[in-house]
Design a protein around this ligand. Structure first.
Ligand code: MN
Ligand code: MN
Length: 375
């Protein structure tokens, strides 16, 4: 009996050890070797901060440790709701509208201002420190993604005008604005952040008297309207500084991977980190971090992905029926990438044979011009 019990116990220990091992194995990676921290953050599942007129949820290095250099926000504004006049000291702002419409206003240090109507698929870029606001227009809620080129940036710690006015003596406000000090007693005592108001009338066809910004300085770019690059496995619509001149510190793209195995080929970015927001569909991404470390994770709608500068990665559509649409944002206006297949094809078959310790014949059929996406 005793022997049987001991055997059963030993078997149980062995089994639990096996389960633990395979559990950890399945969770972290498919291949041998040490693993990396998670590059996936379920932004869609975050409890939002709610306000009259809208809500916001954020991913910063605090709740998503991998995202060292880029932070992001998912925000929704009701028609007429205003993300108040504010600025950020420590980050530029890149945005993509998922649904609905809004109006942006911005001022630069030369007192040039722009008011622009923004719709689904449009992008805006606000340089670091420039004052701006966003207001919902139309008849449905406006949902958009904000991306900041600083992992520690929090949209709940911006410089808001209600906050500043609330913390300035009324006599100074009176002198500053040439108004009576009594006017300010009814002003908010703390930051408003989002304020619900009436839906603004459409902007006049002719520029407002104080709208002085024209191309190429415009803060708006219609990314969805761009044809982009079509590949056998999908489509890539890019807005780097080349296409969107004001966007000097960030590049953004819409990446659409075809159903049934569309693959964004193995590559890396030598000059930038990559931040992703999965809008629709499902995909698998593997991030390779040197030293035998790599990590495979699956992404779905509402998820954020992150790839540190220089880390190798690929993204593969995980659905047979649904395309996967992802917003890709990099923290450089100069979009750069190096493709593994392109690099290999630029070397001799002999060198590659030596490199992989196999026959050089294997590499004689390597393609010279490699697509960004394939199937
Ligand atoms: Mn902002
Ligand atoms: Mn990439």
């Amino acid at each position: 009996m005793k022997v049987l019990k001991a055997r059963a116990l030993a078997l149980a220990i062995l089994l639990s050890f096996f389960v633990l091992q395979t559990g950890a194995f399945a969770q972290s990676n498919i291949l041998d070797g040490p693993t990396l921290p998670s590059f996936r953050f379920p932004l869609g599942e975050v409890t939002p901060r709610t306000f009259d007129g809208g809500w916001a949820k954020e991913a910063t290095v605090k709740n998503f440790p991998a995202s060292q250099n880029i932070a992001g926000v998912l925000m929704s504004l009701k028609p007429g709701a205003l993300r108040e006049l504010h600025w950020h000291a420590n980050a530029a702002e890149w945005a993509y509208v998922i649904s609905g419409s809004c109006r942006i206003t911005i001022i630069d240090p030369q007192n040039r201002v722009e008011h622009a109507e923004i719709g689904p698929g449009d992008v805006w870029y606000f340089p670091r420190g420039h004052g701006h606001s966003i207001q919902g227009t139309g008849t449905e809620d406006c949902k958009f993604i904000l991306v900041f080129d600083n992992g520690s940036f929090s949209d709940f710690a911006t410089f808001s005008i209600t906050d500043w006015v609330a913390h300035t003596p009324p006599e100074v406000l009176a002198k500053n604005f040439k108004m009576s000090s009594s006017i300010f007693k009814d002003f908010p005592k703390k930051e408003v952040y989002i304020a619900q108001g009436p839906v603004p009338a459409p902007l006049p066809a002719e520029a407002l008297p104080f709208t002085q910004v024209a191309a190429p300085l415009t803060h708006k770019y219609s990314l969805n309207a761009q044809r982009g690059d079509l590949w056998p496995g999908g489509r890539f619509q890019l807005a780097s500084q080349k296409q969107f001149p004001i966007s000097s510190t960030m590049s953004g793209a819409i990446q659409t991977l075809d159903a049934g195995g569309g693959l964004r080929e193995m590559h890396w970015h030598p000059n930038a980190d990559e931040w992703q927001y999965y809008i629709s569909g499902h995909a698998r991404m593997t991030v390779f971090g040197s030293g035998g470390r790599s990590r495979l994770e699956e992404f779905g709608p509402g998820d954020v992905g992150y790839v540190p500068q220089g880390y190798g990665h690929y993204i593969e559509n995980a659905s047979e029926t649904e395309p996967c649409k992802t917003i890709i944002v990099l923290n450089s206006g100069d979009y750069q990438e190096i493709s593994l297949s392109q690099w290999m094809a630029s070397n001799t078959a002999e060198l590659l044979g030596t490199n992989f310790k196999v026959s050089k014949k294997i590499f004689e059929s390597l393609q010279q011009n490699n697509p960004m996406m394939t199937k």
